[in-house]
Design a protein around this ligand. Structure first.
Ligand code: ATP
Ligand code: MG
Length: 392
C-alpha cells in the first residue's frame, strides 16, 4: 500500500468516553499511526473500537440498540472526539440519554440530522463477527454497502431515506388496491406515480452501488494478493433483483443510473399484479445483494473457513482504499482481534500493509501474536482503563 503524507490522512487525536459500556470515564490520546490495544478477554478492547466507529457511522457495528451501550445502571453515555482530516480539525460530540435518545454536535454546533454528522470521521472496522458478510443473509450485505457508501456520500444517504419513504407509500397503496379489489386500470392509476419515483431514486442508488463495487472489487483483488498472499482471485459482484448488472458495470454512473431506472420501471410494471397479491414491492435495491467470489466460485458455498476470513479482511482493507480514493483521506482502520485469525505469514504481511502512515487500531490479547516489531504505540487495556504500556 502507498505511504501517505499528513495531508491525506484522517487522525483521531483525542477520544473521551463517559458511561460507555465498561468505561465510566476515559480520555484517550492515541498515537499517530499504529495503536496496539492489548488486554485480556472482557477488558474493554472491542468497546473502545465500537465507540470510535459509532462516531463515524452513527450506529454501533455490534447492536441496533443505542441503549445497549449505556453503562449498566446509568442514564446515558457520551462520546467525544477531536479529529484531524488533513489540515482541518473537527470535534464531534454525541450524547445519548434513555429519556431523549441521541444527539450530536459538530464543532460545538447542535446538528438536527444524523446525516449531517456522518462523514466527518471515516472509519472501517473489521470484526471477528464479520463472517456474516459471506455466510449471512442479504440484509447484512446491503447494510454494509449502504453504511460504507453512506459514510462518504450525503446524496446517497438522502436517496436511501427518500427511497424508504416512497417504498412504504407504494406498499400501502398495494395493500389498499388489494383490499378494494380494484380493477387493473385503477390499480395502475394508484400505483404508477410511486413507481416513477421508485425507479428514479432506485436507479441512483443502484448506480452508486455499482460504481462503488467496481472499485471495491478491484482493490479487494489487489489486497487479497498482497496482504493475504494468495494467488487466487477475489472478486465482488452485484446481484440486481431486476436486471443483469454485469451489462453496465463499466459505464459512467449517470448512464448506469438511467439504465437501472429504465429496467426498474419496467420490472415494477411487470410484477405489479404479483406485488398487489403479496402486499409489498418485490424488485428494487431493497432486494439486491452482492456475492463474493474466489477464483470465480461463490465463497459462501465453496471457500474454506480460512479463505472466508482472509476474504473478509481483504474486503475491509479494500474499503479503506476505496474510501481514501473517494474522499482523498485514508480513514481509520479498526482491526478487532484480527491476528488470532491469521497465520504467521499473513499476520506479518498485514503488519506491512497497515504501516502506510494511516492511523490503525489493532486489538489482541497477547502482544506476541501481533508480531509488529517496533512499530506503533502499545496500550494496555484493563477494567475500563487504557494506559501506555512500556512492555513490548
Ligand atoms: N452496557 C454495558 N455496561 C457495562 N459493561 C458492559 C456493557 N456492555 C458490555 N459490557 C462489558 O464490557 C466488557 C468488555 O467487553 P469487550 O467486548 O470490550 O471486551 P474485549 O476486551 O473486546 O474482550 P475479548 O478479548 O473477549 O474480545 C465485558 O465484560 C462486558 O460485559
Ligand atoms: Mg473483543
Amino acid at each position: 500500500m502507498p505511504v501517505r503524507s499528513a495531508q491525506d490522512i484522517m487522525k483521531l487525536q483525542c477520544l473521551t468516553l463517559k458511561n460507555y459500556r465498561s468505561y465510566e470515564e476515559l480520555e484517550f490520546h492515541p498515537g499517530e499511526h499504529l495503536n496496539v490495544l492489548v488486554g485480556q478477554n472482557a477488558a474493554g478492547k472491542t468497546n473502545l473500537l465500537e465507540s470510535i466507529h459509532y462516531l463515524a457511522a452513527g450506529r454501533s457495528h455490534r447492536t441496533h440498540r443505542d441503549s445497549d451501550m449505556v453503562r449498566w445502571g446509568e442514564n446515558g453515555f457520551s462520546i467525544s472526539a477531536s479529529i484531524r482530516a488533513g489540515s482541518v480539525r473537527h470535534t464531534i460530540d454525541c450524547v445519548y440519554e434513555h429519556s431523549r435518545g441521541k444527539s450530536f454536535r459538530l464543532n460545538g454546533v447542535p446538528q438536527k440530522r444524523l446525516s449531517d454528522v456522518i462523514g466527518t470521521l471515516n472509519a472501517v472496522v473489521f470484526s471477528p463477527d464479520d463472517l456474516y458478510l459471506i455466510k449471512g443473509g442479504p440484509d447484512g450485505r446491503r447494510a454494509l454497502m449502504d453504511g460504507e457508501i453512506g459514510q462518504i456520500n450525503r446524496r446517497y444517504r438522502r436517496a436511501l431515506s427518500r427511497y424508504g419513504r416512497v417504498l412504504s407509500q407504494r406498499n400501502d397503496a398495494l395493500k389498499r388496491i388489494a383490499s378494494a379489489r380494484s380493477s387493473r386500470a385503477t390499480a395502475e392509476l394508484m400505483s404508477a406515480p410511486w413507481e416513477e419515483q421508485l425507479a428514479d431514486i432506485g436507479g441512483i442508488i443502484v448506480a452508486v452501488r455499482l460504481a462503488m463495487l467496481q472499485r471495491w472489487s478491484e482493490w479487494a483483488r489487489k489486497v487479497y494478493e498482497t496482504v493475504v498472499g494468495s494467488d487466487e482471485e477475489l472478486t465482488i459482484h452485484y446481484r440486481c433483483s431486476f436486471a443483469k448488472a454485469e451489462q453496465v458495470s463499466n459505464e459512467r454512473t449517470a448512464d448506469m443510473a438511467k439504465w437501472a431506472r429504465d429496467h426498474l420501471l419496467r420490472a415494477l410494471e411487470e410484477t405489479r399484479a404479483q406485488e398487489i397479491e403479496r402486499g409489498h414491492t418485490l424488485v428494487g435495491p431493497q432486494r439486491d445483494d452482492l456475492r463474493v467470489y474466489i477464483n470465480g466460485r461463490d465463497a459462501r458455498h465453496y471457500a474454506s473457513q480460512g479463505q472466508q476470513r482472509s476474504a473478509i479482511l481483504a474486503l475491509r482493507m479494500a474499503e479503506v482504499e476505496w474510501m481514501r480514493e473517494e474522499t482523498g483521506r485514508r480513514p481509520l482502520l479498526l482491526l478487532d482481534d484480527v491476528m488470532s485469525e491469521l497465520d504467521a505469514g499473513r499476520a506479518s504481511r498485514l503488519s506491512a500493509g497497515v504501516s502506510d502512515g494511516g492511523q490503525t487500531f489493532i486489538t489482541c490479547t497477547d502482544l506476541s501474536e501481533v508480531g509488529l516489531g517496533d512499530v506503533g504505540t502499545i496500550w494496555g487495556v484493563r477494567d475500563g482503563e487504557v494506559s501506555r504500556s512500556v512492555e513490548r
